[in-house]
Design a protein around this ligand. Structure first.
Ligand SMILES: *Cc1c(COP(=O)(O)O)cnc(C)c1O
Length: 465
């Protein structure tokens, strides 16, 4: 070994020190960045250096300008969209795997990535109650997971009609009927567009007041049919009636895909698992690890019951590859070269264990219930049945609700986003982060109630807002 190290210990230690400080201070800072911190990002807008710059000063610039302009979603009081933080063990595993810099495309390029993914895959199928022989690929997000699963579905449905879509494309192929509810996530529409199935060429099934597909409104199926349902509505957290829909769809030979982005994790919590009844009856599933499992971005998963359909849809070969009979992660996903994503998922599951995952899900659901209870007690209207971690609240008329959301974001004690639910503006509260404590909930609730009361008074007085 030469005496010069490829590693720069002082630099890596500096990164670790800065990271620890960032995480330690997160509880004391505003959740959204200040306008001043965002303005200071202009500091990045300089000419590219003509010559090398000391790495420590590069890191210092990133920390100095960058850290204050982050959104503190890893802290305990971020309730926007549906976003988790990251468990400390997953950040640590991410650092180590970053140092490894493995290309997880094949077992021959990274035996460790392939082996760890294989175990994480088995554990995921077990803890979510999905068929054990399913094929599973680690991708960047749930949207890509949907894309991958639907590519397998497209292949399988058309092969039954004697058409190899992967070889011949969709021109002149038998048409596939795509059935969605009015509440399908935009990620489903995006994937359909990418697959040549069309965003708008769909049969829509109406949804009920909680956003659940009405099983009784399903059309009569014939010919190759793909039905997309969801486990966990992005607004209400509600679940489509999977058992009934799968039974009706399968009786007619249709393929059912479940978009379980975050909601499918309810299957891992004994007290919530009833919500996911029938989800395991489907043909494919997609979900996130970066939301409710709390691993670092970006981390999504695609699962296909008949593993061969996943492998065939994502296959490829070239003379220089060395494919063995082990798992080759890059041939279960659309990309090839990829980081060892399974490492963080493995670390989360290895560290939490079954009861830890159940507790994470159950605890965040309880926090959501407390938000609903507290807001209701303060006289505000909860628009959804709070079945998991999602709460929709109205603070009065749409204008007032929107003004409250803006004021909460500006206040900085917590962060929530808005939505439009059944014709009304609403604030969404999603409790997805492991770090949220009961104290965080009370502090956020107090801020919400204070701000909403101020806005309500202002509205009553007819003040300009
Ligand atoms: C978040 C979400 C998606 C998209 O997931 P990404 O990981 O952002 O691609 C799709 N469907 C539902 C129901 C979601 O909540």
């Amino acid at each position: 070994m030469s005496s010069t190290s490829i590693c720069n210990p002082a630099l890596l230690e500096s990164a670790a020190r800065r990271s620890v400080r960032y995480l330690n201070e997160i509880g004391d800072r505003r959740v959204g960045p200040s306008a001043e911190a965002v303005r200071a990002l202009r500091g990045f807008d300089v000419e590219m250096p003509a010559a090398p710059v000391d790495p420590e000063s590069v890191l210092d610039m990133l920390d100095r300008l960058g850290s204050p302009a982050t959104v503190a979603n890893v802290g305990g009081r971020y309730f926007g969209f549906v976003m988790g933080g990251s468990l400390p063990v997953t950040v640590a595993a991410n650092w180590l795997a970053g140092a490894w810099d493995q290309n997880a495309v094949m077992a021959v390029t990274s035996p460790v990535a392939a082996a760890v993914e294989e175990v994480a895959s088995r554990w995921l199928l077990e803890i979510l109650g999905l068929p054990r022989d399913s094929g599973l690929g680690f991708v960047g997000c749930d949207t890509v997971g949907i894309f991958v699963a639907l590519a397998a579905a497209r292949r399988a449905l058309l092969l039954r009609e004697g058409w190899d879509a992967d070889a011949r494309g969709l021109f002149d192929a038998p048409p596939i009927t795509v059935v969605l509810s009015d509440e399908a996530h935009l990620a489903v529409h995006k994937s359909l567009a990418l697959l040549g199935l069309g965003r708008e060429r769909v049969v829509r099934v109406s949804a009920d007041g909680q956003g659940r597909m009405r099983a009784e409104a399903l059309p009569h199926f014939s010919g190759p049919t793909l039905v997309c349902i969801q486990a966990g509505n992005v607004n209400t957290g509600s679940f489509d009636p999977a058992r009934e829909i799968c039974a009706a769809a399968h009786a007619a030979g249709a393929w059912v895909h479940v978009d379980g982005a975050f909601g499918i994790w309810a299957a891992a919590a004994p007290e919530r698992a009833y919500l996911t009844h029938g989800v395991a009856d489907a043909d494919s599933w997609s979900f996130d690890a970066h939301k409710w499992l709390n691993v670092p971005y970006d981390s999504g998963i695609a699962v296909v019951r008949e593993a061969g359909h996943l492998r065939d849809a994502m296959s490829g070969d070239a003379a220089y590859l060395q494919r063995g009979d082990q798992r080759d992660p890059g041939f279960l996903t659309p990309g090839m070269s990829c980081r060892a994503r399974g490492v963080e998922v493995w670390a989360a599951l290895a560290s939490l264990g079954r009861s830890g995952v159940a507790d994470l899900i159950e605890r965040t659901c309880r926090h959501a219930a407390r938000f609903a209870e507290g807001l209701r007690a303060a006289g505000f209207e909860i628009l959804n049945d709070v079945v998991i971690n999602q709460v929709l609240v109205s603070f009065g008329d749409d204008e007032t609700t929107r003004a409250v959301i803006t004021a909460i974001q500006e206040d900085g004690a917590c962060w929530c986003g808005g939505t439009f639910w059944h014709g009304r503006a609403a604030m969404r509260i999603s409790v997805s982060g492991w770090a949220t404590t009961a104290e965080d909930v009370e502090r956020s609730l107090a801020a919400m109630v204070r701000i909403a009361s101020e806005q309500r008074q202002a509205a009553a007085l007819g003040c300009a807002r």
